[in-house]
Write a protein that binds this ligand. Sequence first.
Ligand code: NAP
Length: 257
Amino acid sequence: MRLKDKVILITGSGSGIGRSTALLFGEEGAKVIVNDLSEEKGEETAADIRAAGGEAVYYKADVTDPASVQPMVDGVIASFGHIDVLFNNAGISGIGALHEIEPEMWDKVVNVNVRGVYVPSKYVLPYMMERRSGSIINMSSCIAEIGLARRAVYAATKGAVLSLTKSMQVDYAPYNIRVNALLPGTIMTPFVENYLRTSYADPEEAINGLKSRQLSGEIGLPEDVAKAALFLASDESKFMMGSPLYIDGGVVFGKNA
Ligand code: NAP
């Protein structure tokens, strides 16, 4: 019960890392606010948490759209009184070297991955500032540090999230609000499965290529990231501020090994 009675909003928690984190947080005693674009997937995550004995509600909202995020945040406050933790997890991929990316795709990825951190934070922060308490977890990626072939716009957005995290931390430290970032390596989720299916003639060979990049020799699981998010959401990380937390099988620091 490391999160007992904490009210935690997780964006994009109908799938992958967000879903896995929501399930773990539910087991750890949190009141989990599941957000996703997809009602079906979001409701399923919330129902699974409740079936396991936890507490969860689903809110449909597009993280890029203030008109849907603000009512979600206000609704959570009306029902639960406050928000202890915001996990800005929702994100999308964008494949291509810079010259291959159409402006529409550039804007879409920047919109979801960067504006999608700004908008929920903008509406949650005033409530955290009022209580002088809170933890925000922003989803970056190890690609922010090392780059990756044909991921120009994705890398740019995850670098932006890391920079934003540090700036947010400086601004909100006086309010006793911590802001940290997660930097996962390759994690096997629908996001990556879809990429492998659509980008490679032989997805199995591609998986072996991905594995060989890790010092661990393995691809990560959503649960690996969920456990790191649990640390950042809990008071156990109270001395961690404005920091990147790597969950990457050694990719960043082992790249020259
Ligand atoms: P995922 O399985 O695709 O889950 C992402 C979820 O976000 C989906 O349920 C998606 O809903 C939702 N979402 C997308 N746009 C949204 C929006 N505008 N508003 C609300 N929800 C939205 O992906 P994942 O692999 O778990 O990735 C989660 C986060 O981790 C992303 O930020 C990703 O960049 C980051 N990350 C992933 C990896 C990896 O290897 N998997 C590595 C590093 C970082 P729909 O499916 O309905 O669109």
